[in-house]
Design a protein around this ligand. Structure first.
Ligand SMILES: [Zn+2]
Length: 121
C-alpha cells in the first residue's frame, strides 16, 4: 500500500469539484487558472462554440457545452460561496477538465467576474 499520489487519487470529472469564491461570489480568470491541471493548460484545447442553460434541477444548473457534434453536460451549483462544477466527459483529472475550465472562462468573459454571485439564470 504505497502512500503516494497515483491515478486512483484523481477525481472523475462527473464528481463535483469545488472552487471557493471570493468576495460577493467573485471569480477572476486569474483565480480560475489555479484550478487547471498542468497538462490541461499545456496541450488541451476545447473550442467552445456554445454554452446553453438546459435545465435547473436540484443537482444544479445544467448547461450544454458543445463544439460541433461533441457535446458535454456541465453542472454548476453554488453553495455557501463555493462553486461546484461537474462535467460528464468522464475523465480522471486532478482539478478541472478543459471543457469545464473553458466554459467557466467563457461565463466570466461575457458576464463578468461576479457571474457566480447570483443565480446564473
Ligand atoms: Zn470535461
Amino acid at each position: 500500500m504505497a502512500n503516494r499520489i497515483g491515478k486512483d487519487d484523481l477525481r472523475n470529472t462527473k464528481e463535483f469539484y469545488p472552487i471557493r469564491l471570493g468576495f460577493y461570489g467573485a471569480l477572476s480568470e486569474g483565480d480560475l487558472k489555479r484550478h487547471i491541471d498542468n497538462d490541461t493548460l499545456v496541450y488541451k484545447h476545447w473550442h467552445l462554440q456554445s454554452l446553453n442553460l438546459q435545465m435547473v434541477t436540484r443537482q444544479g444548473f445544467i448547461f450544454s457545452n458543445s463544439n460541433g457534434s461533441i457535446r458535454y453536460s456541465l453542472t454548476l451549483k453554488i453553495e455557501a460561496n463555493t462553486l461546484y462544477i461537474a462535467c460528464d466527459c468522464d475523465r480522471r483529472v486532478e482539478r478541472l477538465c478543459h471543457h469545464a475550465c473553458n466554459a467557466l472562462k467563457h461565463l466570466i468573459s461575457i458576464k463578468g467576474e461576479s457571474v457566480f454571485s447570483g443565480k446564473l439564470a
